[in-house]
Design a protein. Structure first.
Length: 371
């Protein structure tokens, strides 16, 4: 699209948007500002486009597209359209003398006041706003000076004259540089804050991981202790069953009453009466042995779980330290990892070898102190 076609198309679209906004009963502040911009641009579209080469080439298409989609646009999109109008007007004010266009500076002031007070939902609008208010004017001045240098073939006086036009302007190069320095300082502070938050997040993540492992061991420990309590009750019941019947028979049958006084008691038949109780005791004793063996296994597992839970509470920065130590002493944390992530043993004789990890843990503490 040629520049002439662009100006004709823009003028038509601005007139359509102007009429649409005029029909709105309850207009927002941004609608009024866009309405004023449409009116001004329709009147001076040829002069604006001819003198705003930089913005015409960089955001001319955006201007038409956003004017076309104004009716269905969001508040952020309307703010961006206001910024585009503002950029054209700023370039126009730098290139063209003020007195030739009445109302231009007032529109610029109103646009800047609205955009300054607007809080966008998208951060990209903030970036675009900062660029339009701070960096964009200095780029325009720089381009303008370059054009003068090229056209005047390096005439020193013409360059000085051109720069002197902007010495009292709101867009001084020194102010722009000062603003850039403030941005650099602000960016450095934000980067430091981000690094600090990143370290805190890593510490929280490490603590959270160990808290999860410790919480898992705690739940398993509660389950094992409940099983141990139930096992103790079962042992008590079996002990009562094992002892009570024989004792009852002994005490009740110790002094038998013969049917006839002086009749001789048959010892064999007397002892035969105890055979069922002896058989019952052997049967109960078998189950008692099984339950007692289970109790020993559960006790062993409880000891292991308590040890692992204690180690998880102690090693808070294991994931971080393991990377450093693995590079220097690869086998230093091997026993600790074996202890934490191994299965629970049910054989009490294997428990002492599990505690060998404490020796490696002591070595790790020494290495931390030396570091």
């Amino acid at each position: 699209m040629s520049k002439g076609e662009f100006k004709a198309d823009l003028k038509v679209q601005l007139r359509i948007l102007y009429e649409e906004i005029e029909k709105i009963d309850q207009r927002q502040d941004v609608d009024d500002l866009i309405y004023q911009c449409c009116s001004f641009f329709q009147q001076y579209v040829d002069g604006i486009i001819d003198n705003c080469e930089y913005n015409y080439s960089s955001i001319g298409d955006q201007l038409i597209n956003r004017v076309l989609g104004y009716g269905s646009s969001s508040n952020d999109d309307r703010c961006v359209l206001a910024l585009i109008f503002y950029r054209f007007l700023i370039e126009h004010s730098i290139v063209v003398e003020h007195y030739k266009f009445t109302g231009r500076d007032e529109i610029c002031t109103a646009l800047r006041s609205y955009i300054d007070s607007y809080y966008p939902s998208d951060d990209s609008v903030n970036v675009y706003r900062n660029y339009s208010f701070n960096l964009h004017p200095s780029i325009l001045v720089h381009n303008r000076v370059n054009v003068k240098i090229q056209t005047q073939q390096g005439s020193q006086q013409s360059i000085i004259d051109e720069l002197s036009k902007y010495k009292d302007s709101d867009f001084k190069v020194s102010q722009v540089l000062s603003q850039l320095e403030k941005w650099d300082s602000s960016v450095d502070e934000k980067f430091q804050r981000i690094e600090s938050l990143n370290k805190e997040l890593q510490n929280l993540s490490s603590s959270y991981n160990f808290a999860n492992i410790s919480h898992g061991f705690q739940n398993l420990l509660k389950s094992k202790k409940a099983s141990l309590h139930l096992n103790s009750i079962l042992i008590f019941i079996l002990t009562v069953i094992l002892v009570a019947p024989p004792m009852f028979k002994i005490f009740t049958g110790l002094y038998p009453e013969p049917s006839v006084y002086g009749t001789r008691i048959d010892l064999t038949s007397y002892l035969i009466n105890y055979i069922p109780f002896v058989a019952l005791d052997f049967f109960v004793l078998y189950f008692f042995r099984i339950v007692l063996s289970t109790r020993k296994e559960i006790t062993t597992q409880v000891v292991q779980l308590e040890l692992r839970k204690s180690l998880c509470q102690f090693i808070e920065s294991y994931s971080e330290r393991s990377k450093e130590m693995s590079a220097t002493t690869p086998k230093l944390l091997e026993k600790f990892e074996t202890l934490i992530f191994s299965g629970l043993t049910t054989d009490p004789t294997n428990v002492p070898t599990t505690f060998d990890g404490l020796e490696q843990l002591a070595n790790m503490i020494k290495s931390i102190k030396n570091a």
